[in-house]
Design a protein around this ligand. Sequence first.
Ligand SMILES: Nc1ncnc2c1ncn2[C@@H]1O[C@H](COP(=O)(O)OP(=O)(O)OP(=O)(O)O)[C@@H](O)[C@H]1O
Ligand code: SF4
Ligand SMILES: [Mg+2]
Length: 326
Amino acid sequence: MPLLDVQNLFIRIGRGESAIDVVRDISFSVGSGEIVGILGESGCGKSLTAFSVLGLLPQGLSAAGQIKFDGRDLLSLGEQDLCALRGNRIGMIFQEPATALNPVQTVGDQIAEPLRLHTGMGKREARAETLHLLERIHLPNPRAALDVYPHQMSGGQRQRVVIAMALACRPSLLIADEPTTALDTTVQRQILDLLLDLVDETKSGLLLITHDIGVMAEMTERVLVMYGGVIVESGPTEKIITDPAHPYTRALLRAVPQRALGYDTWLESIPGTVPAPSERLRGCLFRSRCSLAGPECEVQPDLIPRGPDRVAACWRLPQVDGSVPA
Ligand SMILES: Nc1ncnc2c1ncn2[C@@H]1O[C@H](COP(=O)(O)OP(=O)(O)OP(=O)(O)O)[C@@H](O)[C@H]1O
Ligand code: SF4
Ligand SMILES: [Mg+2]
């Protein structure tokens, strides 16, 4: 049984006939010690998917389907049961480190809080464990860091603190939402190495959300490619990088500098933008940007198998496979 098993998840804005699906019918799983990536452009529903696992969707949005964690259906749990899981069995590294920290509480107190709340540690014991965590995330001068406020730290240090908070109670599942987007390349490298070490050491499952294909390629074993709130392709990362099936995945890969910086190769951008939830047409959501689109694409294609553990949703997959230029 996977640690996290999401089946037919829908996330809706509003209710009744005017409700709009921002995430539609997605299914995926994360096993213990496994790193699974969610990749996609801005607005495709990555963060909302993460929030739904934690029961933290913004007001006015609701989730339907099944989200099982360790065999328990999270969507049927009440707030009290979810609180007992959040920050305890499931740790979240939020997209914005600055807003994830309380500016008027010291770093030491913030990390100690989940320890005191979930594990019943006393003040002294929680402080000692917090120091241990700060050492573990390789924060410079960890003892002094206990008593500083977030604004006295650099962006990279703050992100380490957010990671320490997420790890405090040794969660079985970590969800990291763009954990390195706001950081410079050197610090990004350190944070990614830290996450890899931690997963290796604790055998936690990691759901890593990113729009950076380089990060996804390096860190994850499996990847879900999302577009406009649906999964358009998923499978082993290596296979998807070397042999992408869906025109959107192919376009994303052509937009990565490392791949495109050959002598005669230009970096390509994907024309247009992801349609907003209220502007989504019937049929394949990528069709306004897809050079292969035809009349059949006015009907939404289902995800179909593309080999072991791989699926993709496109009417023109044989053509894609036959290397017809997209
Ligand atoms: N509170 C909300 N109310 C209404 N719509 C929302 C709300 N939060 C997000 N959305 C919409 O849902 C869609 C998915 O948002 P989400 O934040 O999950 O995107 P994302 O893939 O995480 O993007 P990014 O890469 O920019 O973080 C977007 O179109 C967004 O406008
Ligand atoms: S279904 Fe049609 S529009 Fe959608 S990705 Fe495939 S070819 Fe393009
Ligand atoms: Mg997001």
